[in-house]
Design a protein around this ligand. Structure first.
Ligand SMILES: [Zn+2]
Length: 458
């Protein structure tokens, strides 16, 4: 029998600060069984050449959208916004096959692992066949697209929470989906069947919750029915909410309430809920979310790319709402860049510096944001913790402190350097469940290129 993998690092991020001489030991379940600071390096432990950080959860991803990253940055008409981007995104969504999705997702997950994430929550709404004939919800094919994502995760070493999405209609006043949305069609019953099918695989690094596409895409009665069915289930429930001002206006017109206000008013929210974006939230809505225990998933790179608007970061932080990060449309695939965007947006808007820092408590902007999303990411993926502590997933990031961007920085400022002064990803290696993530080979990159060429309009 192989001995339990053990690692010794000169510095490790424990309890929100750097601790020296840390021994970490993983158990056979891929969890940390020992985390001890101030321990001389034992002979049997792998001696790591730099400081280590806990890895983060990527709490919001649509893997297939990696297939047109970099291809939607041109404006050919008078106006371009979220909704015109969405129409172009559907061009890929309607054509991608399970085989193509597996290749795209494998490429993406390898990039995300290199970018400091070891767990991805897939907000997964591509369930039906590419020719738009819905799969038999009781047949094996209903899970073909989910299986493609699980296989990509297994091939790369990514932990995965699959969130099959309830998606019923094209808008608040629309009775059904649009023609180009038919691949997304689900019911409460079919979403629960997808969830159960994923759980029945019993894959070691894969679990399942559910998602609600948005309030505009789901009938209120269905949402209440879903919540009834989820009584006693502790898995996460994710929803896109208040990303666009047009969506907020339509929600008010249809229900008399703003989207987050409506969710609170209906008594739906609890600690299982993750509100994705929540860009347009009033102070009263922020307080109500804080009281519910729900978390918020911020996707700063995508929100900037799509021109969504700016979240009230100081408001969410002050209210103590769990916050996490999502790569969403995949334009950004590393958490240091997401945190940089998150803070820089606030600085530009407020003409202030170090907006997220908390003088007297945590003066480092990067440390305050990193700790926030470390804790919030665990909640988004229904993990007890993602910190380097006993019982947490045995994942970590080995920092390259010899990176040209980080050389000479005092340890006290190293995390600030990673977020604000290191444009490259400064991680040497990524560990998941006690094992180092393998390097990608050239053949995998070539397969991704072939799929991309076949998917983009000729
Ligand atoms: Zn999304």
């Amino acid at each position: 029998m192989n001995p339990a993998p053990a690692f010794w690092a000169p510095w490790a991020w424990l309890h929100g600060a750097w601790a020296p001489d840390v021994l970490l030991r993983a158990d056979s379940q891929g969890l940390w069984s020992e985390v001890s600071a101030g321990t001389p390096a034992p002979a049997h432990a792998e001696h790591l050449p730099g400081p280590v950080l806990p890895a983060l959860v990527n709490a919001h991803s649509h893997a297939f959208q990696r297939a047109f990253v970099g291809l939607a940055e041109r404006r050919e008409t008078a106006h371009d916004d979220f909704w015109s981007w969405r129409d172009r995104m559907y061009g890929v969504a309607l054509r991608i096959t399970p085989e193509q999705l597996r290749v795209v997702a494998e490429h993406l997950y390898a990039e995300l692992l290199a970018g400091g994430y070891t767990h991805t929550c897939e907000f997964h709404y591509l369930h039906h066949a590419a020719d738009c004939r819905p799969h038999d919800p009781h047949g094996a094919d209903a899970l073909a697209m989910s299986r493609a994502l699980a296989e990509a995760a297994a091939a790369t070493g990514m932990r995965l929470t699959l969130l099959p999405v309830l998606y019923e209609r094209a808008g608040f006043t629309q009775p059904a989906l649009r023609e180009d949305q038919r691949r997304f069609a689900t019911t409460v019953d079919s979403v629960l069947k997808l969830r159960d099918g994923i759980r029945a695989w019993r894959l070691p690094l894969v679990d399942a919750g559910v998602a609600v596409h948005s309030l505009r895409a789901v009938r209120p009665a269905s949402l209440h029915g879903l919540m009834q069915a989820l009584q006693g289930d502790a898995a996460p429930i994710h929803i896109h909410v208040a990303e666009q001002t047009a969506e907020v206006d339509e929600c008010i017109a249809a229900t008399g309430a703003r989207p987050i206000e409506w969710l609170c008013r209906e008594g739906l929210l609890d600690a299982r809920w993750q509100l994705v974006h929540a860009t347009h939230a009033t102070p009263a809505e922020i307080n109500a979310v804080a009281q519910s225990g729900a978390g918020v998933v911020l996707c700063p790179g995508t929100e900037a790319n799509l021109g969504d608007g700016m979240a009230d970061l100081p408001g969410w932080l002050a209210a103590g709402v769990p916050l996490s990060l999502g790569s969403d449309s995949q334009v950004t695939r590393a958490w240091p860049e997401e945190l940089r965007w998150l803070e820089y947006g606030q600085r530009l808007q407020r003409r202030q510096r170090n907006v997220a820092a908390h003088p007297g408590l945590q003066p480092s902007t990067a440390a305050r944001l990193f700790e926030a999303v470390l804790q919030g990411g665990a909640a988004a993926a229904a993990q007890p913790s993602c910190s380097l502590r006993v019982g947490a997933p045995a994942d970590l990031l080995l920092l390259n402190s010899h990176d040209a961007a980080l050389r000479g920085l005092p340890l006290s400022h190293l995390l600030d350097g990673v977020v604000f002064a290191a444009p490259q990803r400064p991680f040497l290696r990524t560990l998941v469940a006690g094992r180092w993530v393998p390097q990608r080979d050239a053949a995998a990159g070539a397969a991704f290129e072939r799929v991309l060429r076949s998917l983009w309009p000729r």
